[in-house]
Design a protein around this ligand. Structure first.
Ligand SMILES: [Fe+2]
Ligand SMILES: [Fe+2]
Length: 284
């Protein structure tokens, strides 16, 4: 553990200590990142992973994907879902236990980061679909791991330092990522981008994870989608407590960049809550 000095080497060493990704996820990432790969290769990977096969079959028969007939084989399930959704399912299974840990340094109880990450992933997928913009196939995957940098920070910075940063953020009414940048020269989004690079994620997803917080205010649509999804995930929490909750100006601006209006969000929120409940029930 270090004090307020955060050396890139400490970050990289902590990333190296994270559990490696399962082979099936690595192979799916390779397929996802290669324009020459096809669904046949995805099917091959899924077939050799019984848990993933079961997850993929289950998801392909949910109301969102199900057709008139029950899907009973992996080939049909994969073609129904597509490569990015299969990778998303595999990543969610892999990331669940990692993200479910309590991070009191960030004010997060057990499961809170996992619920937030899953909600952001679902929100990113929905925003990508509703906005109908091209190039957003990886939005849900980037949404799922957008805050993975918090795990790394918790592993290489003392709890007391992170608690102090959190107290500063609260007392100054500023987001934690701003104070992280002031203290460390980088925030958890940028560290998350390094995790994604070390794990072999395609560059577009690395960029989107880095860009989920300012100052990376690019016009990259995938970054905007993940940033908007992160805001929407927070808004969904407020919405569940108070359906009359007013959408924040920052969220409205971000979804506006995707061609959506604030009033498009209410039906979106209902769909996200439903999908979240369904996703969470599938893990029991
Ligand atoms: Fe974040
Ligand atoms: Fe987040």
């Amino acid at each position: 553990m270090v004090g307020t000095v955060l050396e890139p080497k400490n970050v990289l060493d902590t990333i190296q200590r994270l559990d490696p990704l399962p082979m099936s996820v690595k192979r799916l990432l390779g397929i996802f990142g290669s324009p020459d790969s096809g669904l046949d290769e995805v099917v091959e990977v899924v077939r050799f992973d019984p848990i993933l096969s079961s997850d993929v079959l289950q998801k392909s028969n949910t109301p969102m994907y199900a057709g008139r007939h029950t899907i009973l084989d992996v080939t049909h399930a994969v073609s129904r879902l597509g490569a990015s959704e299969v990778l998303n399912i595999a990543m969610a299974r892999t990331m669940r236990s990692r993200l479910a840990v309590a991070l009191p340094q960030f004010g997060l109880d057990a499961n809170q980061l996992w619920f937030h990450s899953l909600t952001t992933s679902i929100a990113a997928e929905r925003l990508a679909r509703v906005s109908k913009r091209p190039g957003l196939a990886g939005a849900s995957i980037a949404g799922l791991i957008h805050d993975v940098g918090k795990l790394v920070l918790a592993g290489c910075v003392s709890a007391s330092t992170l608690m102090r940063i959190r107290d500063r953020a609260n007392s100054e009414g500023r987001p934690m990522h701003e104070i992280e940048t002031e203290e460390f020269g980088m925030h958890h989004g940028e560290i998350g981008g390094t995790v994604a690079r070390c794990w072999g994620f395609p560059l577009a997803l690395q960029v989107a994870i880095v860009g989920h917080h300012p100052p990376h205010n690019s016009d990259d649509l995938l970054s905007i989608t993940v940033r908007a999804a992160n805001r929407v995930a927070h808004e969904v929490g407020h919405y569940c407590q108070n359906p009359d909750h007013e959408i924040g100006a920052q969220t409205a601006t971000l979804v506006g960049q995707l061609g959506l209006r604030s009033r498009d969000l209410e039906p979106l929120f209902d769909g996200i809550v439903e999908a979240l409940e369904s996703a969470l029930s599938s893990y029991h």
